[in-house]
Design a protein around this ligand. Structure first.
Ligand SMILES: CC(=O)SCCNC(=O)CCNC(=O)[C@H](O)C(C)(C)COP(=O)(O)OP(=O)(O)OC[C@H]1O[C@@H](n2cnc3c(N)ncnc32)[C@H](O)[C@@H]1OP(=O)(O)O
Length: 271
C-alpha cells in the first residue's frame, strides 16, 4: 500500500518546505530509521514505548496539542518515516533537514487564513510544563513557546483554512471560507492502531470549530484503506467530485487517485 503526504506538502509542489514536499511520495529504499538521528529521540522513544506497553490503548499520557519549536525535529522525523519509509541515508537525513527548514522558515499562509501543526506527544503532561517564550510568538507553523518537558512526538497532523483544495468561489475566484482542511496525518509505525490517529483528527475538528469553520475536509489516497477507514470512523463521508470539475487536487504522482472526504461540524449550514 502506498501512502501519500497530502495537503500542504501535496498542495504546493513540494520543494523545500512543508508546503512544498516531494511530488513523488512513493516509498523508496530505506536505510535508517528515526532512531539513527538523535540521542534525544532514542531516549524519548524508550520512554514512550514503556508508556505504551503499560497502556496498550491510548493512555492519558498521550497529549494532543499544537506543535512547539522543540518538537520540530521529531515532527520532521515522523513525517519522513511515515510517508517515505524506504528512503535511505543520506537521502532520508536530507529529507528530514528539508522538512525541518521548511517548517521553521516556511508555513506562511495567505492573509486571513490559519494553519497549525498538531502533535500527539507521549510521556508528558501540559499541566506540569514550564514554558519559555511568548504566547503570541509564532515560528513557521509552530507555537513559539518552548518547554524542556517536551515528551516524544508519536503522531502529527496539519489543519488549515487555506482552502487550496476546494473550488474557488465566484468570478473573482475567491478562496472558500469556513471549511478547514486536514493534511499530513501520520503516526509513527510502532504507535499505530492505538487510537492516536483518531485523537489527532478529533483535535483538528476542535481547532476548526474554534476557527469558526462549519466543515472539515481532506483528500485521502484511494489506495490507503487504513486511513480511509480512520476518517470514515470519525464521521467523514466521501464526496463525489463531478467528472471534469475544476476541483484542485494535491499535487503528487499523477497515478494517485484521491477520495475527497468531508464532515460537517455541528451545523446545518450548506456550503
Ligand atoms: C489526509 C491525510 O493526511 S491521508 C494520509 C494518512 N497517513 C498515512 O497514510 C501515513 C502512514 N499511516 C499512518 O501514519 C497511520 O496508519 C494512520 C495515520 C493512517 C492511522 O493512525 P493510527 O494511529 O494507527 O489510527 P488509529 O489507531 O486512531 O485507528 C483508528 C481506526 O482507523 C482504522 N485504521 C487505522 N489504521 C488502519 C489500518 N492500517 N488498517 C485498517 N484499519 C485501520 C481502524 O478502524 C482503526 O480502529 P481500530 O484500531 O479500533 O480497528
Amino acid at each position: 500500500m502506498r501512502t501519500v503526504p497530502l495537503g500542504i506538502s501535496a498542495v504546493n509542489g513540494l520543494s523545500i518546505n512543508f508546503k512544498k514536499l516531494p511530488t513523488s511520495p512513493s516509498r523508496v529504499p530505506r536505510f535508517a530509521d528515526e532512531h539513527s538521528f538523535s540521542h534525544l529521540s532514542r531516549s524519548g522513544a524508550c520512554k514512550a514505548s514503556q508508556v505504551v506497553e503499560l497502556f496498550p490503548s491510548v493512555s492519558p499520557e498521550v497529549v494532543v496539542r499544537e506543535a512547539r519549536l522543540e518538537d520540530s525535529w521529531e515532527v520532521a522525523e515522523t513525517h519522513c518515516s511515515s510517508f517515505f519509509p524506504e528512503y535511505s541515508f543520506p537521502l532520508d537525513f536530507v529529507l528530514r533537514i528539508d522538512r525541518l527548514m521548511g517548517m521553521l522558515l516556511g508555513f506562511s499562509v495567505p492573509s486571513g487564513c490559519r494553519r497549525t501543526c498538531l502533535v500527539a506527544v507521549i510521556g508528558t503532561s501540559d499541566e506540569d510544563t514550564f514554558f519559555l517564550g511568548s504566547e503570541d510568538l509564532k515560528i513557521g507553523g509552530f507555537d513559539g513557546k518552548f518547554s524542556l518537558n517536551k515528551g516524544y512526538v508519536a503522531g502529527i497532523l496539519t489543519v488549515d483554512t487555506v482552502a487550496d483544495f476546494l473550488p474557488r468561489k465566484g468570478p473573482l475566484r475567491q478562496r472558500r471560507t469556513g471549511i478547514a482542511y486536514i493534511s499530513n496525518v501520520a503516526v509513527r509505525d510502532r504507535f499505530r492502531r492505538k487510537g492516536i490517529g483518531k485523537r489527532l483528527v478529533a483535535k483538528a475538528e476542535t481547532q476548526a470549530r474554534n476557527w469558526g469553520c462549519r466543515a472539515i475536509a481532506l483528500h485521502c489516497d484511494l489506495n490507503n484503506p487504513g486511513a480511509t477507514r480512520l476518517y470514515k470512523s470519525q464521521g467523514f463521508r466521501s464526496i463525489k467530485v463531478p467528472d471534469g470539475a475544476a476541483w484542485p487536487q494535491p499535487r503528487t504522482s499523477p497515478d494517485i487517485q484521491f477520495n475527497f472526504m468531508m464532515k460537517l461540524l455541528n451545523t446545518q449550514t450548506n456550503f
